[in-house]
Design a binder for this molecule. Structure first.
Ligand SMILES: [Zn+2]
Length: 289
């Protein structure tokens, strides 16, 4: 089904080597006009990296994030994003609305958002997820065949200009030049960043340096505003009850814990029973030039 999605939407893709248009051949390869060829994996994703990239995120970390997602840890954030999209998209004119998740990891956010959008609006949203981590995309393509998945580099993404009505950038680095290139003229960029209190219970136990305990989002906000017109921002703040099992997964998926000693991690697992979640959701549209 993921392969079918790619076959139906080949117009989205461009060759990351020579930028020319791509065609699908025998439902198994995307080939550009200059014969650069990218094969579809068995589970239906395409790897567009021209050389392997090593990331800090491994398979176990993505599996933990998948478990945390299914537990409902991110649900209020997913609801907020779906609500924002429902509000900004008044009448989808083309029939096809395409949502890109730039830095989608193991794909659960994009899957949940497109599914929820369909159930609330009855409009079909085509989801396309890209991540630089092959481990993340492998999990995404196996679990969620309803979306398009590819391994790609956000500094040189394998997509044509102005194809995406919505670009999501959730807890992941931005590339505003690419967002500007990829988004439709009336498209909306939605960026989620952690707020001051995000995972504060873990930060307190696992982080002792005060400079790492507190941080400000002013720079992120300014950077967003320099590149896009900020329409609005929303703070999403809630507490989630955690048992030891689910907390262990949360710790595994969280970079801040990677350098923590096992003793401290065990202490965290036994002493924390709820976690504060604090996100800021920024959304805006293209600056008219
Ligand atoms: Zn090419």
């Amino acid at each position: 089904m993921s392969k079918l999605k790619i076959t139906e939407n080949t117009d989205l893709f461009k060759c990351p080597i020579c930028s020319s248009k791509m065609n699908i051949v025998d439902e198994k390869s995307l080939i550009c006009l200059n014969n650069h060829c990218f094969d579809l994996a068995r589970s239906g994703y395409v790897n567009f990296l021209t050389r392997p990239v090593k990331t800090d995120y491994d398979k176990a970390m993505f599996n933990s994030r998948s478990t945390i997602s299914k537990y409902g840890f991110f649900d209020p954030m997913i609801d907020a994003i779906t609500d924002i999209i429902g509000n900004v998209i008044h009448n989808p004119s083309s029939g096809r609305m395409v949502v890109l998740d730039a830095g989608c990891g193991e794909g659960s956010h994009l899957h949940q958002i497109t599914e929820k959008l369909y159930s609330t609006t009855r409009n079909k949203f085509t989801g396309a997820g890209m991540d630089i981590s092959k481990e993340g995309i492998q999990i995404a393509s196996r679990q969620y065949p309803d979306c398009i998945w590819c391994v790609g580099d956000l500094t040189n993404s394998p997509f044509m200009d102005k194809k995406f009505d919505i670009i999501l950038n959730i807890l992941s680095p931005s590339n505003y030049a690419e967002f500007n290139r990829l988004i439709t003229s009336d498209g909306v960029l939605i960026k989620v960043v952690p707020g001051r209190d995000y995972l504060k219970e873990l930060r307190k136990l696992l982080y002792h340096q005060t400079d790492k305990q507190s941080f400000s989002n002013e720079k992120v906000l300014k950077h967003f505003n320099d590149n896009f017109n900020l329409i609005d921002s929303r703070q999403i703040y809630y507490n989630k009850t955690m048992d030891a099992d689910i907390l262990a997964h949360l710790i595994k998926m969280t970079p801040l814990s990677w350098s923590a000693a096992e003793k401290e991690i065990n202490r965290a697992v036994s002493s924390i029973n709820s976690i504060t979640v604090d996100f800021t959701v920024l959304y805006g549209n293209r600056k008219t030039s």
